[in-house]
Design a protein around this ligand. Structure first.
Ligand code: ADP
Length: 458
């Protein structure tokens, strides 16, 4: 069911209940007070007649009947019956004998002093009356025509008010619910109008304070994140194709120039070496792209094992020196590490090797002396590996960007690179539950620190 309808029905149910209960309370209290008032009048009448019959000697039953017959203050349908102490009827204005007064009722009046009962259309009051001379039982009956009519009218008014109230509440509830939900409908329309082509569009946040404004803000936050992710993806594809095209254009250009005329063997060799270099570069780029795609994909399953990080460091060092013998790499360990177990971490050897090789390669590549120092330490149940160099450093503006794919700092253009290594490192380290930080100063050097969690038993 639509929220609008549900709200309206709930609103109606609550108000109908309140209206019904208050109408019932009004009706019951009015009906009670009518009854009390009418019985009071009956009692007064009964007392008056009894007094006249008993206390005034000159008045006997026949005279009293005559007086009462023409009494303009008599109640509608009034009938009075009086019994003496032997239950003999000594007075009755009920000429047609319609009132039924069982003998046990007369006795009951004597015991209880006062009884009330109904014999439609009469309401009857029985009262015990005593005086110096006599002890009699008086029954007074009448029909409360005015009171009953008033009660009927009240019932009708309450019923009409209840039904028309329900109608008014139904329409008012409908209008209010629609008005309250209007902003939601607006948000739905606005969200529906946003697609891939207009991801920069934002939803109106209204007054900015209520729940709907918070909902709109949440949507806008999500749109902002989607837009950034989309931009990054778009840039990534543009950058990747650019990086792939550059060496391919260089290769085809070199081959075309070479084929323009006959060349000497040396020239062919020279061009082929250059082409091979470009091909290696291309291969290197393709490998990094593949690794980045694997690291970014959540479906790729990575197998983790317990491994000795010192072994991985030494192996990576040997591997990189084999490829770049001009590099000088020193590895040292903190005195904090007293137990061999401090070297054991839970991770994937191949991926961690990629991290180490990338960071060593950067440290040496961006340092004029082509050297790097690796320092292993522990800190709060974490293993910290520093990759320190005394190289060109990174300008402050570039620091926050270098983990984005294809981003290269302004001062790094003299060296070959694609700007993919650090984003790969960042992804792999977070897959291992760690983090990467750096301190750097232009022309003084950099210190890249990776933090990896140590298994808790150590
Ligand atoms: P690449 O080195 O292939 O350009 P990376 O992703 O490894 O790509 O690094 C991104 C950028 O970060 C580099 O282009 C460079 O500007 C900067 N950088 C990384 N490491 C260092 C370092 N040790 N010293 C100076 N700059 C660095």
């Amino acid at each position: 069911m639509e929220i609008r309808k549900r709200l309206t029905y709930q609103f109606i149910a609550i108000v109908a209940l309140i209206l019904f209960l208050s109408s019932l309370a009004i009706y019951i209290s009015f009906s009670k007070s009518r009854k009390e008032e009418f019985y009071d009048r009956l009692a007064n009448k009964a007392r008056l007649v009894a007094q006249m019959l008993i206390d005034i000697d000159e008045i006997n039953a026949d005279l009293l009947k005559k007086i009462e017959k023409n009494n303009p203050l008599s109640l509608p349908n009034e009938k009075i019956v009086i019994f003496d102490y032997l239950n003999n009827q000594i007075y009755s204005s009920d000429e047609t004998n319609v009132l039924k007064i069982p003998e046990n009722y007369i006795d009951k009046v004597r015991i209880e002093e006062k009884i009330r009962y109904i014999q439609k259309p009469y309401e009857i009051l029985g009262e015990f009356y005593t005086s110096e001379f006599d002890r009699i039982v008086v029954f007074a009956a009448a029909t409360d025509i005015f009171g009953i009519n008033k009660l009927k009218r009240l019932r009708l008014i309450l019923f009409v008010v209840f039904i028309s109230g329900l109608f008014i509440i139904y329409f008012a509830g409908h209008v209010f619910a629609a008005r309250a939900l209007n902003p939601v409908t607006n948000i739905i329309l606005q969200v529906n109008s946003i697609g891939i082509t207009n991801l920069d569009q934002r939803i109106d946040e209204g007054n900015g304070t209520d729940e709907l404004a918070r909902l709109a803000k949440t949507f806008n936050g999500m749109l902002h994140r989607l837009e950034s992710a989309f931009k990054i993806q778009k840039n990534f594809i543009a950058n990747a194709s650019h990086e792939l095209r550059t060496p391919l254009t260089a290769i085809s250009g070199q081959i075309e120039v070479l084929l323009m005329k006959d060349r000497k063997t040396g020239e062919y060799q020279e061009t082929l070496i250059s082409v091979l270099d470009d091909m290696r570069n291309l291969n290197h780029l393709a490998n990094k792209l593949l690794l980045l795609a694997q690291a970014s994909s959540e479906t790729t399953e990575i197998t983790f094992t317990n491994l000795r990080i010192d072994d991985t460091l030494w192996n990576s060092r040997s591997e990189i020196i084999k490829r770049k013998p001009e590099y000088s790499i020193t590895i040292s360990f903190s005195e904090n590490i007293t137990d061999e177990g401090n070297f054991t971490i839970y991770g994937n050897e191949l991926l961690l090797k990629t991290v180490i090789i990338n960071l060593i390669d950067n440290a040496c590549k961006y340092s004029p002396d082509k050297s790097a120092t690796i320092f292993v330490d522990t800190n709060n149940k974490k293993l910290v590996i520093h990759f320190i160099d005394k190289g060109i450093g990174i300008p402050t503006d570039d620091v926050k960007m270098i983990f984005q794919p294809f981003y290269r700092a302004k001062n790094a253009m003299g060296e070959r690179g694609h700007g993919l290594g650090l984003s790969l490192v960042d992804k792999i380290i977070s897959q291992h539950g760690g983090k990467i930080e750096l301190t750097t100063e232009v022309n003084s050097g950099s210190d890249f620190m990776i933090y990896l969690p140590l298994p808790s038993k150590f």
